[in-house]
Design a protein around this ligand. Structure first.
Ligand code: SAM
Length: 288
């Protein structure tokens, strides 16, 4: 207990990621920073004090200030003034990584604009944890945050990201997840794969995987409780018509070799490489 490295930190703002469930999911460096910072600021001062207590980080006479982006200018100015006076400020949101569907953005900007150090002790976030478990591609993803509550606005927001070429990640409440998935099945198609990840790193951690239709039925049969991330597979690459492929090849052959033109078009349309190469070859012959 209390066995953390304490040192005089360089003046600046230290964003600290905290657990999203299991209390021991916090890095040693995060604890060192919490043990060393001159000032601690938190979205929720009570959960911060509990976290410090669990890990035996002694608070001493250091203040724990409440800060939320919407709590306004005044606290922000106070924190910037602490840093300007040569102090280090550690900031954590209630859970996970600050700024990720959590406060911190305005503070980050204010401190950077005043010319001070802004740095981070990275750690858990429900986005990455859910992506790790969902069984969906992770090479590209788009975090869409919380969707609007009202149905029309929610469907509009879903449509706005329908063409994103990556896995879609949403934060959702257990009350709305059924309606959200029903809308998703209509907007993205019932066969699209998805996953519902809940209570990650906690006792009742669970990941349901399947088509959006399967997930809608699963939620109806056993409504989930707790904290939830919904993930949806990217839109399938649109199958191009032979005319579209030919037109694209003609265009590409103006500047590229048969091999390069067919590779480019196959990549763009996701078509069968050898077939496209044969078409390109024929087009080239016709041109000669
Ligand atoms: N800053 C946090 C992060 O880095 O993930 C997110 C904070 S946001 C206010 C809270 C939402 O994140 C929850 O409503 C839920 O959608 C998601 N979330 C947080 N912890 C989670 C967990 N343990 N399991 C599943 N989802 C979680």
């Amino acid at each position: 207990m209390g066995n953390h490295k304490t040192e005089k930190l360089q003046p600046g703002l230290y964003f600290v990621a905290t657990p999203i469930g299991s209390a021991r999911d916090i890095t040693l460096r995060a604890l060192d920073i919490l043990a060393s910072a001159d000032v601690i600021a938190a979205e929720d001062t009570r959960s911060m004090k509990r976290l410090l207590e669990i890990h035996g980080v002694l608070l001493g006479d250091r203040p724990v200030l409440s800060y939320h982006d919407h709590s306004g200018e005044k606290t922000r100015a106070k924190l910037v003034a602490h840093i300007a006076a040569g102090r280090s400020v550690a900031y954590a949101s209630e859970a996970g990584t600050p700024l990720i569907a959590d406060p911190g953005y305005h503070l980050s900007r204010a401190v950077a604009e005043a010319g001070h150090l802004v740095t981070s002790a990275p750690g858990p976030s429900a986005i990455i944890t859910a992506l790790t478990l969902a069984g969906l591609p992770t090479d590209a993803f788009f975090f869409a945050g919380f969707l609007p509550n009202a149905r029309n606005a929610r469907r509009k927001a879903m449509q706005a990201v329908a063409a994103v070429p990556g896995t879609l990640v949403f934060y959702e409440s257990p009350k709305r997840v059924g309606a959200m998935l029903a809308d998703a099945a209509e907007v993205y198609g019932p066969e699209r794969s998805g996953a519902v990840a809940r209570e990650l790193t906690k006792k009742f951690e669970e990941v349901r995987r399947g088509s959006l239709t399967d997930l809608v039925s699963s939620i109806q049969e056993a409504p989930p409780k707790g904290e939830i991330v919904v993930l949806i597979e990217r839109a399938p690459v649109k199958e191009a018509s032979p005319d579209e492929i030919e037109a694209a090849l003609r265009e590409a052959l103006k500047t590229l070799s048969v091999r390069d033109a067919s590779a480019e078009v196959a990549e763009a349309f996701g078509g069968h490489k050898r077939n496209i190469y044969q078409i390109a070859l024929q087009l080239k012959k016709d041109q000669e």
